[in-house]
Design a binder for this molecule. Sequence first.
Ligand SMILES: N[C@@H](CCC(=O)N[C@@H](CS)C(=O)NCC(=O)O)C(=O)O
Length: 221
Amino acid sequence: MRLRGVSLSPYYERALIVADVKGALEKVEEAGMPGPFGSDALKSENPTGKIPYLLLDDGTMLPEGQVIAEYFNDVFDGPDLMPADALGAARARLFGRIIDLYLGIHTTPLARTITRGTRDEAAIEAALSTGIPMAMDLIERNLAGGAYAVGDRFSLADAALIPPMFHLTVFLAHFDIKPFDGRPKFAAWWDANRDTDVVQRCFARMQKSLDFILSLRKAAQ
Ligand SMILES: N[C@@H](CCC(=O)N[C@@H](CS)C(=O)NCC(=O)O)C(=O)O
């Protein structure tokens, strides 16, 4: 199976972390993008023009990071990353929704100042003043309070939360976002996870991806 996208995307990395934790990284071919965002080549494979998406050997195309992450959890051996109880599973999925619906839409205009050199000042102001703080408050409110986002072991919730941490603490850190001020559960969760092998491998992939995107921009200037 071939995973389309780039590691700077937190949605792409969510799926890859699941494959990593399940010891299945070698079963997923990282296939990059068939063309730039908005290109006909990309839209011919995924009509939304977005990444990530998964191309299965039988021609099936599966879009959406959370959908791919859950698919990987189901088809690969290794620990089940969906909590067994219904409420735990709901809470794990909730973290994916918070990132997708409330955080990601606000980090995007900040990211584009770097990856595309575009500045939507109104969107940036809204993101910094209300959007991102509100999303981080939702994360704080829903965290279990220990080393794992939900329950007592690593789950799809942690896989969803880790990649945005690269954006909040490294890539977009100069925007002065302050994720942990007044959010003790968020701080404790990150303290417990930041030095783990899974996070280090994820951050290394995301940094490499960022460096590559920046080198492409520089070459185009
Ligand atoms: N709901 C999608 C969001 C994917 C998404 O927004 N991906 C970004 C990259 S991080 C993208 O493809 N942006 C291209 C664009 O919007 O033109 C998912 O969860 O996978």
